[in-house]
Design a binder for this molecule. Structure first.
Ligand SMILES: Nc1ncnc2c1ncn2[C@@H]1O[C@H](COP(=O)(O)OP(=O)(O)OP(=O)(O)O)[C@@H](O)[C@H]1O
Ligand SMILES: [Mg+2]
Length: 366
């Protein structure tokens, strides 16, 4: 299942631009970790992919077909797990419910649900109701439900945020196991940098709001991951440091290139400044000289003092200034064009309202 996002833009009904022209391609069977500052637009991105909100710009396609509405074979583990389970169904029935769409018998659905609950360490809670469980346990039920469905595309939004460290590691390994066994495509949003590297085939780092892709790092670690061994590898240590640096706003390769350009501009600016200073100095000197001359002349004759000729220095200064000024003009032109492009993002309030209605219970896998 090839997922392609091209120029994806989303502006909420209140005009808030959450995603600005985001491009991303996720190949079949890849596990892509997504990290980025809080509030940058990660959940918005997943909601656009899930077809729960319609982007206001750009396209989201699955195997070349535009996503309109929630795609088949998709499961989502929402960040807000407390609102994603049905309180009137037992834990087992919550997990079993979406399997109806798989055409399984009641017996098969219940067996699959129990198996998934066992995988997340909740076999004993099968007959309880969600409200009888802790937050972390409810989150694990949501994960069990998504995994039991065996989707081709799984979107997970901070799926392990509320569980203890040991359970978190077990769940990471469970996701890796299911990912390998079922060859499903997974997008996993996380705030945990180590986790993003540990589970990912790639780590996509999003920039602050309005978000876009800042960097896309391949995880060059052996496919088989082990909580102790993998985390001790020099490559793991290097990658987590790099992801951490980028999430904190450190320079990307593209930034480094544009910095080099800025340095050149600054150099040119400095030259122009020097020329300006030389011009000022020459003018001051000439004026002082003229004043002195005027003062030394008898009164009434000062008005005939000729203005100092600074033409020569002015031309020299202008010549030195020219490249920088030209570059500055070009830069302004580029910025203007970009700003104009940005403001062309439109908001379709109606679509947003429809999506908002779908969202609270929208975690039901298609
Ligand atoms: N329904 C909405 N209407 C208007 N603005 C919204 C709406 N939902 C989210 N936003 C804004 O869009 C931006 C992105 O929100 P989003 O929830 O996607 O961020 P996030 O990266 O998932 O954050 P976090 O890491 O805290 O989960 C935020 O500034 C948020 O305030
Ligand atoms: Mg979020």
């Amino acid at each position: 299942m090839l997922l392609e996002l091209a120029g994806l833009t989303h502006s909420y009904a209140d005009g808030h631009l959450a995603i600005d022209s985001l491009d991303l391609t996720v190949r079949d069977g890849e596990l892509v970790s997504i990290v980025g500052p809080s509030g940058c637009g990660k959940s918005t991105l997943l909601r656009c992919i899930a077809g729960l909100i319609r982007p206001t710009g750009g396209t989201v396609t699955l195997d070349g077909e535009a996503i309109v509405g929630v795609p088949d074979n998709l499961a989502v583990v929402f960040q807000d797990y407390s609102r994603s389970l049905f309180p009137w169904l037992t834990v087992r029935d919550n997990v079993a419910l979406p399997l109806r769409r798989r055409g399984k018998s009641k017996q098969e659905r219940r067996e699959a649900a129990l198996e998934a609950l066992e995988e997340v360490g909740l076999a004993d809670a099968a007959r309880k109701y969600p409200w009888q469980l802790s937050g972390g346990m409810q989150q694990r039920v949501s994960i069990a439900r998504a995994l039991a469905y065996r989707p081709s595309l799984l979107l997970m939004d901070e799926p392990f945020g509320s569980v203890d460290a040991q359970t978190r590691e077990d769940l990471e390994d469970l996701v890796l196991k299911v990912h390998r066994a079922e060859k499903m495509t997974i997008l996993l949003v996380t705030h945990d940098i180590d986790e993003s590297v540990y589970v990912g085939d790639r780590v996509v780092i999003l920039g602050k709001s309005p978000t876009g892709v800042r960097a896309d790092l391949p995880v060059t670690l052996p496919a088989e991951r082990d909580q102790i061994e993998t985390r001790g590898l020099p490559e793991f240590v290097r990658l987590r440091a790099e992801v951490g640096r980028l999430v904190r706003g450190g320079a990307t390769e593209a930034d480094a290139k544009s910095d080099a350009k800025t340095d050149a501009d600054t150099e040119a600016d400095t030259e122009a400044d020097a020329a300006d200073k030389a011009e000022d100095k020459a003018e001051d000197k000439a004026e002082d000289k003229a004043e002195d001359k005027a003062e030394s002349k008898p009164e009434g004759k000062a008005d005939v003092v000729k203005k100092p000729d600074t033409t020569k220095t002015s031309i020299a200064a202008a010549a030195a200034k020219k490249p920088a000024a030209k570059k500055a003009e070009q830069a302004t032109g580029e910025t203007d064009a970009k700003t104009t492009g940005e403001t062309t993002a439109t908001t379709t309030g109606k679509d947003e309202a429809v999506a908002a209605k779908a969202a609270p219970s929208g975690d039901k896998p298609a």
